[in-house]
Ligand binder design. Structure first.
Ligand SMILES: Cc1cc2nc3c(=O)[nH]c(=O)nc-3n(C[C@H](O)[C@H](O)[C@H](O)COP(=O)(O)O)c2cc1C
Length: 254
C-alpha cells in the first residue's frame, strides 16, 4: 500500500508515552512541515506554542481537566488562531485594520487546525504518537491567559506529543456509506441511523460499562449527551468562548 495511506489508516490516539524527549531536529522538522499547510490567502493566521517545561504544564493542568497525559508526554503543542501578527503588520503599513470579527476567527481557526493535523501526520510518520485535547478549546480563556496570548490570539487545538508507550486497538469508525454523500446531502431515515451506529454502540458501551457515573445510562447516544458532553457543560463552554472571543477582539461585528 502507498506508505502515506498506510500511515493515515493506522492512526490511533496515544495517551501513554515513554519517558523520552523528542529530539530537537525531529520537533523542528515537524513544526516546519506544519507551516507548509494550506492557509486562507496564505495569511498563516495561526501560531504554535511549544510547551516542554514541567512548571508550564503544571499551570495548564487544571485547564486541561487534569488529564494525566499532559504530564506523561514530553511536549504539548497548542495551535492558536492568530490575527495579532497580521494586524500589527497592517498597522505598520497603514493598511485597514480588519480581522477583528467572527469570520476572521473562523478563518484563523481553520488555518490553525489544518496546521495541527499536518504536524500530527508528520509526527506519526517519524514514529511519534499524539492525542488531541479538546480541553484546549473548552478552556481557551484560561489557557490564553497562562500562555500570555495577546488580543486576536485564541488557543483552539492542542495535543500531547511523544514516543508511544502503548499500542491501542484502532477505534471504530462509522461505515463509509454513512459519511459520504454523492452530489447532494441525502438525509438519513430511522433504520439507517440505527444501522449506522449499531457497531459503535456495542464497542462504545463495552468501554463505558464500568464508568462510575454511568447510572441508568444504557446506550452510547445517552453516554455522549448525558455523560461526556452534557448540554450544561457545552452551554458553559460556549458562553466562556463567546466571552473570550469578545475580549480578544474577534467580535467587532456583533
Ligand atoms: C478535537 C479533538 C479533541 C479531543 N479531545 C480529547 C481529550 O480531551 N481527551 C482524550 O483522551 N482524547 C481526546 N481526543 C481523542 C479522541 O477521543 C479520538 O481521536 C477518538 O476517540 C478516535 O480515536 P483515534 O484517534 O484513536 O482513532 C480528541 C480528539 C479530537 C480530534
Amino acid at each position: 500500500m502507498n506508505p502515506t495511506i498506510e500511515l493515515l489508516k493506522n492512526h490511533r490516539s496515544i495517551r501513554k508515552f515513554k519517558r523520552k524527549d523528542i529530539e530537537k531536529e525531529k520537533l523542528d522538522l515537524i513544526l516546519e512541515t506544519a507551516t507548509k499547510a494550506s492557509t486562507s490567502g496564505n495569511m498563516q493566521a495561526y501560531s504554535i506554542i511549544v510547551t516542554k517545561d514541567q512548571k508550564m504544564k503544571q499551570s495548564m493542568f487544571e485547564a486541561h481537566f487534569e488529564q494525566p497525559m499532559l504530564h506523561e508526554a514530553p511536549v504539548f503543542l497548542t495551535f492558536c488562531a492568530d490575527f495579532n501578527r497580521m494586524r500589527k503588520w497592517l498597522s505598520q503599513n497603514k493598511a485597514s485594520m480588519n480581522f477583528d470579527n467572527f469570520m476572521s476567527f473562523m478563518i484563523a481557526t481553520l488555518d490553525a487546525v489544518l496546521a495541527s493535523q499536518v504536524a500530527a501526520i508528520a509526527a506519526e510518520s517519524l514514529g511519534l504518537g499524539l492525542c488531541y485535547m479538546g480541553t484546549t478549546l473548552a478552556s481557551a480563556h484560561q489557557l490564553g491567559e497562562i500562555l500570555e496570548c495577546p488580543k486576536n490570539v485564541i488557543p483552539v487545538a492542542g495535543y500531547v506529543l511523544g514516543y508511544p508507550d502503548e499500542s491501542p486497538d484502532a477505534r471504530l469508525r462509522l461505515p463509509i456509506e454513512a459519511i459520504i454523500h454523492q452530489e447532494k446531502y441525502r438525509d438519513y431515515n430511522e433504520t439507517e441511523i440505527c444501522e449506522i451506529h449499531s457497531q459503535k454502540n456495542e464497542e462504545g458501551m463495552a468501554r463505558f460499562n464500568h464508568h462510575p457515573d454511568l447510572g441508568d445510562i444504557d446506550n452510547l447516544a445517552r453516554v455522549y449527551s448525558e455523560l461526556k458532553y452534557t448540554r450544561e457543560s457545552h452551554l458553559k463552554y460556549s458562553n466562556d468562548l463567546l466571552g473570550y472571543l469578545s475580549r480578544q477582539n474577534f467580535m467587532e461585528n456583533a
